[in-house]
Write a protein that binds this ligand. Sequence first.
Ligand SMILES: [Zn+2]
Length: 506
Amino acid sequence: MVVWLRRGTALLAIAILLSVAPRPGPARADSADAPASLYFPQTGFAIVDPRFADFFIRRGGLRTFGYPVSREFTLLGFPVQIFQRAVMQRYPDGHVQLLNLLDTGLFPFTQVNGAEFPGVDPRLTATAPQVDSPNYSAAILKWVKAIAPDRWNGIPVAFHQTFVSTVSPRDVFPTGRVNSSLLTGFDLEIWGVPTSRPAFDPHNSKFVYQRFQRGILHYDATTGVTQGILLADYFKDVIMGERLPKDLAIEAQTSPFFAQYNPLKPGWLDRPNDLPNTDLTRAFEPSPIIVLDPGHGGKEIGASFTFPDGTVLREKDLTLQIALKTAALLRAAKIPVILTRTTDSWVDWQMKDVDGNGVVNLADDLQMRVDIANNAHATLFLSIHLNGDDNSAISGTTMYYDAARPFSDRSEYFAGLLDREAVAQLAQIGYNTVNRGVQTDSQAVGQDSHFYVLGPDAARPIQMPGALAEGLFLTNPHDAAQLRDPRTLDALARAYARAIELYYSG
Ligand SMILES: [Zn+2]
């Protein structure tokens, strides 16, 4: 499956072409444009490896690559990082190249989100100059110019112009001395060579595409703009099996990369035999932004317990205390936290019709909690509760997740960490809780029904993995007596903070 390592065809000759061109030296440590790590809040990912960072900076940065959309991870034996427009790969000697994303095996798909791209034209690629031909460098660039035109069928597609302006002199030679004879070589390094002629989208005559080895140029007649399709972003979606447009989902189903991202398996890899020497652990988990949601509030007191001495414990008060303690622990670990409430009130305290259905009720309060998480682009959601039941004999710890969302594998993984840590932290203060384990919300509220804050039925459903923690049963006398001891709230907070830290760092 190491398809992009195949050598010997003219199409894969770019690396050889470039091996005769001196690569720019590594950025000096004291240089302003060589930061140790580049972090992009837009996607929540950083470029940590200095060789990836150097390549990013020296080949046009955001303009060429778009934002990083993964961490560094191992794909088929090589460290890689996915950007919106390209996938960087690092060789053992440290040099960086882009994957030939559009070669058979990686991203052979032609139907993406309603667009239909041209496929590889083997009769065309057979006309490309041979690698071992004399003056190969000049010949291949001349060939590209002939195949990727600026005007096509009278339309100003600007494909050659876009190709040659990919990497600017300032990108590669920031100190000013420009070796312009090398520049087009760097453009080739980014795009590879054309593998199709320009072609209309069969479904939209305003769109013209041209396929290259590592990207597809797209001319849009409605805006007059020519740019690369964000194909690598779709490649990531294929690996995750999430967010895929219907047409791509159908085409990608038999791909060895399809829906491989699974935290419940070693290496977060669903079918390791399909992708040898691959480790997807946390590959697509952005820098954490945690939303903690203390259940209930205001007139919604949740479960409660009245002790013989008249003391009443209310769920809404305990969940807030646990959430505040958890937030403090996470902030001490430099993990950003947002709380849906910090006082004893409804989150929808202004009584707005948040879900727009004409009535103001509990659903609006719950929708507002979901909206807070979605609007913050949170990466993980934890709703904190204590359980209640008419049968006071029932006690113990349950962690719920929703199985109907596209990221349910990650939610289940998170719920598992929460359960393990809660049982362990309670044991550490001497309380052996009944471990009721990880369950789906449908197990709690009935088949095809879901918790509002986790499930798919909200007016605007939650967009990130998450869980709902029922730490103990407030309606059970033993659990309730334990919850009266502040050490228990501390133990649950420690458990939740630890589970969140483990989710991101193992
Ligand atoms: Zn509750």
